[in-house]
Design a protein around this ligand. Structure first.
Ligand code: PLP
Length: 402
């Protein structure tokens, strides 16, 4: 419960769902149309082509009326058979949940990673994947599954290095990547990185509400899916691909979310993806300056892998991060991400993605700083001032910064 009557907008600074821009809200407010009619077919064809640009692929992208978890299941169910071994890498809470799902689906996940909590502070270690695949002479491992942007920690792994590892081992395993929280905020290249299935969702960089998710495919993944034996019906790619040829779906799609997606794609492509990525990198750097100035640690311990999407802020030993977050929520109407799984209570996560600007982030950092002071967390200095200085000294080309 807030301890005041809220006015103004809530600050939704969790790492997704992210704030939905007014332009997208307006697009979604139009009347729902006949999803079998010609107007819908034209919309479907248009957005299925445009969405490929965001994944940087020339191959089909499947859109599901489901959250990201559905698209996780779809990626596994379409490509694998009962009892198949899959190699998964522990980068954090979401990698752990995906591994649990693989087991529940009747697969045999092998979950490798750095020891203890280390895996939650670093990215995917491609050389560990390469070494494991080299041992797998009879090719029992059918897929390598990794999370690109681990939303629970703020570490963005190097997917091209995983592709190189699979190739160096001469192994035929599919590469399946979750970029649910990376797409349209962090650089992502489905075709160039040789990814077979990319899983993503609507409620992060795409700036949409939750409710649609994606599988971007490779020709190899489509071929493998014809022989894969895990049961699937709703998630089956074949019928969707067939209906998509004319811009339709085999069942009722989320019509109004698709209006929103079409608008979001226009916004991203008008701005240019490279500009979108640079904007996120700059915000992330400003937020890290604030964390440094507070004298606190960042969850990610590999600077090249700092996430452009979110920053995990580690609180000193003995401070319960959830108590601090609760104070910030109740006093300032500001939502931050909680520590998940092994990170519970140790840190909070600041989302800096999508429809933000320097001032929304300064306000967010202001809420964090004031809330931490109220909670009695000792701070070395002002993170707000440090971030303001960083933003002033690092204008983004093409913005209205002086
Ligand atoms: N994978 C990652 C990296 C995520 O960040 C999330 C959600 O935050 C998921 C998977 C699960 O997606 P959803 O909650 O949309 O089902």
């Amino acid at each position: 419960k807030l301890d005041f009557h809220p006015s103004g907008r809530h600050f939704l600074q969790i790492p997704g769902p992210s704030p939905v821009p007014d332009r997208i809200l307006r697009a979604m407010s139009l009347p729902t149309i006949d999803h079998r009619g010609p107007e819908f077919g034209a919309l479907g064809r248009e957005l299925l082509t445009k969405v490929q640009k965001v994944f940087k692929t020339e191959h089909p992208v499947i859109i599901y009326p489901a959250s990201g978890t559905g698209a996780w299941e779809a990626a596994l169910a379409n490509t694998l058979s009962p009892g198949d071994c899959v190699l998964m890498f522990e980068t954090g809470h979401f990698a752990t949940l995906w591994q649990k799902m693989a087991r529940r689906l009747g697969l045999e996940p092998e979950f490798i990673g750095l020891p203890g909590y280390e895996g939650w502070r670093h990215g995917v270690q491609a050389e560990m994947i390469e070494a494991r695949l080299k041992e797998d002479g009879d090719h029992a491992i059918k897929a390598v599954c990794v999370v690109h942007n681990e939303t629970s920690t703020g570490v963005t792994s190097d997917i091209a290095s995983v592709r190189r590892a699979i190739d160096a081992a001469g192994h035929p395993a599919l590469l399946i990547v979750d970029t649910i929280s990376g797409l349209a905020s962090a650089d992502y290249r489905h075709d160039e990185w040789g990814v077979d299935v990319t899983v993503s969702g609507s409620q992060k960089g795409l700036m949409l509400p939750p409710g649609i998710s994606f599988n971007a495919l490779s020709p190899k993944a489509i071929k493998v899916s014809r022989e894969a034996k895990l049961p699937k019906s709703f998630w089956a790619w074949d019928e969707i691909l067939e209906a998509n040829q004319n811009g339709y779906w085999p069942y009722t799609p989320s019509t109004n979310l698709l209006y929103g997606l079409n608008e979001a794609l226009d916004m991203l492509l008008e701005e240019g993806l490279e500009h979108v990525f640079a904007r996120h990198q700059r915000w992330a750097a400003g937020v890290r300056c604030a964390v440094d100035a507070w004298g606190l640690e960042i969850q990610c311990q590999t600077p090249e892998l700092y996430s452009p999407v979110l920053t995990g802020v580690v609180l000193p030993e003995g401070v319960d991060a959830d108590v601090v977050r609760k104070i910030i929520y109740e006093r300032f109407d500001l939502s931050l991400g909680m520590g998940l799984g092994k990170a519970k209570g140790k840190m909070f996560r600041i989302g800096h993605l999508g429809d933000c600007n320097d001032l929304t982030l300064i306000a967010t950092l202001g809420g964090c700083e004031a809330g931490m002071k109220l909670a009695g967390v000792p701070l070395a200095g002002s993170g707000v001032t440090a971030a303001l200085e960083y933003f002033a000294e690092h204008p983004l080309d093409g913005t209205r910064d002086p």
